[in-house]
Design a protein around this ligand. Structure first.
Ligand code: ZN
Length: 337
């Protein structure tokens, strides 16, 4: 986990501490990866499947999409043993078996592992293989702290800025790549799957913006303001908070835009027609953020009218003493009374 990514987010917030709620990071981390490989006849492939620690659990499903000859040898070895591997060497898995093959393994010895796909016994048939790797691993104390500490910092900063931010933040595996704000409690769940997706993309901005989007839902809900369930409102809250964060915040917004542009808006549109969705299409979300960045004071000043009413006295005093370009001192004084 590249947790220094989150640390960079801290400069976007005013700094004041005062934890009122918990940040709970689930030590058990589930995940899933899918890979595709083509293995020609008379050949084998070593597929690196990551570094694991003793006790981590792996479940690998191997499917050859060939209509008739859908067999393969598939087994797991340590990265060191993989270099020495020859057909028939000791290996944890199935040999010349029809697929699907499922290998379930609890890691006995920490280290890098490889999946061997051995088609060397086949003389003519290339095997087209789909590998689905599911895993469950436990974070070390160090890894846990690295993710929890910056999240606690973000939460404490927001609690210092706004009244009513005393809800909890949970990080856990959800079985899907998502984040939620609970309508009843305002508690936020940030799924490991989504965090890992952003980390894999090296997209810290999207990670922080997504967290702020959920804070937008939760805070509007807590304040009893209209629009707490609306996705565009939550996007605007995140955008305004990052615009208030200066250059660092703008960089994060650019990264957030990139994460939306990468998505398949045509597929989303089809899904919306068939099933409905309260989110704007990703491409539109990207455009909305870009528009806000083009006219940052326009959006921020509109939001100030609501945000100031829910800011702590300390934060309003700070604005009155040292306003930024997008602040409105008279409005802050009015909210302060
Ligand atoms: Zn949302």
């Amino acid at each position: 986990m590249r947790c220094n990514l989150l640390l960079a987010a801290l400069s976007v917030c005013f700094c004041r501490c005062g934890l009122a709620a918990i940040v709970q990071v689930d030590r058990s981390l589930d995940g899933q990866v899918q890979l595709r490989e083509t293995v020609p006849p008379l050949q084998m492939k070593l597929v690196p499947i990551g570094t694991w620690r003793t006790g981590d659990q792996l479940a690998i499903r191997i499917v050859a999409s060939n209509e008739v000859y859908n067999d393969i040898t598939a087994c797991i070895v340590s990265a060191d043993a993989a270099k020495e591997y020859r057909a028939g060497s000791p290996c944890e898995g199935s040999f010349r078996s029809k697929t699907p093959i499922v290998i379930k393994s609890t890691v006995a010895e920490s280290g890098s592992k490889s999946l061997i796909l051995d088609n060397s016994y086949a003389e003519f048939i290339t095997k087209n293989i789909v590998i689905s790797l599911r895993y469950r691993k436990s974070l070390t104390d160090n890894e846990l702290t690295k993710i929890q500490a910056p999240l606690e910092k973000i939460q404490s900063n927001l609690s210092a800025i706004f009244k009513g931010a005393d809800f909890n933040l949970y990080v856990k595996s959800c079985g899907q790549s998502n984040a939620f704000s609970d309508h009843n409690t305002a508690d936020i769940t940030f799924c490991w799957e989504l965090i890992q997706e952003f980390v894999a993309q090296n997209n810290n901005g999207a990670l922080v913006a997504t967290l702020l989007h959920e804070y937008g839902h939760s805070l509007l809900n807590r304040w009893g303001e209209p629009g707490s369930s609306e996705e565009d409102m939550a996007d605007q809250f995140a955008t305004v908070m990052l615009l208030k964060g200066g250059d660092n915040g703008r960089r994060m917004l650019q990264q957030w835009i990139q994460s939306w542009i990468k998505r398949d808006s045509k597929a989303e549109a089809m899904n919306q027609l068939q099933r409905g969705d309260t989110h704007s299409l990703s491409i539109q979300r990207a455009r909305n953020i870009q528009n806000a960045m083009n006219f940052p004071e326009d959006l921020t000043r509109r939001w100030n009218k609501m945000l100031y009413r829910h800011m702590t006295t300390d934060t309003l005093d700070k604005i009155i003493r040292n306003p930024s370009k997008s602040d409105d001192v008279d409005l802050a004084k009015e909210a302060r009374m």
